[in-house]
Design a protein around this ligand. Structure first.
Ligand SMILES: [Zn+2]
Length: 349
């Protein structure tokens, strides 16, 4: 029997009730999502409140794009369109296993970071000589996926994971701005006392004093990757991103896998089954401590499982079982971290 929906749910877009494979056929521009009325609206409002609280009259224009970024030279922030509706967040989770900026706190962190790029675009701070002395040359090769961070460095603030401030002078500026915006001066002065990063925060403070008296540049030109104009289907969009995140897996693990599963019992549980059983916990802890994309880590673990199955590896008996439980995640975290530093895995915001 056909049932009629109550009138109020009809205001939801037609695609909300679709299954993933049907939704994937939709073009991004046809979704007609917007920041207004979505959970992003209060997030952007909070960013504006934080800027006002620090005495700034700069308010970056925010629009829906295909990922997190601030367009080069534009005082604006692009927010990924999938954050504008819970159904699209679910699809993103199914396709990419995580939703970047999907929680209020994470979203706010990314907004502050992108606002750092946007305010630099608005006032062109990075064209000054002093900026170069403090942060380095903005013309430095932009390859944020290949940086080699020094985890204990006190020359950089800590905000996004992976010591992201060390990726490039522009990222250092954006991260320093994010900390400056988030904390009142007495708090960052206390937290970074004795750190070289404090000089950057003090310089940021003086730049922002300057900004209070100046008029920011107006956003001009075309909005890059504007979601309302993206004609590709969600299917195509995800195929491209998955390809981008999964490329260049190393293929030298056979020897490592044999070492990890050495002393495997002839009739023991297949190594592949042991890993498959623990896959979710394994992936979660590696993502937590490396900051790498969940999709990338999941693909890596899947590939290792497949490989150990081909090699016919089995799980050893105790006490080797306990050794394996510690060594396997340590090995995987090292693999992911090494590849982060050599640029095989990509992460940039
Ligand atoms: Zn950035």
């Amino acid at each position: 029997m056909e049932r009629h929906e109550p009138a109020e749910v009809q205001s939801e877009p037609a695609w909300v009730a679709l299954k993933d494979d049907e939704l994937l056929k939709w073009r991004i521009c046809d979704l007609r999502v917007s920041i207004a009325g979505s959970e992003l609206e209060p997030r952007v409002a909070q960013l504006y409140e934080e800027l006002a609280a620090r005495g700034l009259n700069f308010r970056p224009a925010c629009y829906l794009g295909d990922e997190w970024f601030s367009p080069e030279g534009m005082p604006a922030i692009a927010i990924p369109f999938y954050l504008a509706h819970p159904r699209l967040k679910t699809l993103e989770m199914h396709q990419m296993l995580e939703v970047e900026g999907g929680t209020p706190q994470w979203c706010q962190q990314l907004l502050r970071h992108e606002c750092g790029h946007a305010i630099d675009h608005a006032y062109r701070f990075s064209s000054s000589d002093k900026w170069r002395v403090v942060f380095g040359s903005p013309e430095a090769e932009y390859t944020p996926e290949t940086y080699r961070p020094r985890p204990y460095s006190k020359s950089f603030v800590r905000h996004l994971p992976n010591w992201y401030a060390q990726a490039h002078p522009d990222e250092d500026f954006a991260e320093t701005f994010a900390v400056w915006l988030f904390m009142p001066p007495e708090e960052w002065r206390k937290q970074y006392r004795g750190w070289k990063a404090l000089d950057k925060l003090e310089f940021m403070n003086s730049l922002m004093e300057e900004a209070k008296t100046k008029t920011p540049r107006k956003p001009r030109g075309r909005r890059i990757s504007d979601a309302s104009k993206l004609r590709k289907t969600l299917e195509r969009y995800y195929a491209q991103r998955r390809k981008h995140y999964a490329e260049d897996f190393p293929d030298f693990y056979d020897a490592d896998l044999r070492t990890l599963f050495e002393n495997g019992q002839p009739n023991g549980e297949p190594a592949a089954r042991t890993m498959r059983r623990n896959r979710a916990a394994l992936v979660t802890s590696i993502v937590r401590w490396t900051g790498q994309h969940k999709y990338t880590v999941d693909m890596l673990v899947r590939k290792l499982i497949e490989r150990s199955q081909k090699l016919g590896l089995t799980t050893p008996a105790p006490p080797d079982q306990a050794r394996l439980a510690f060594e396997l995640p340590a090995y995987l975290a090292a693999l992911v971290t090494n590849h982060l530093h050599t640029g095989r895995f990509k992460r940039s915001v």
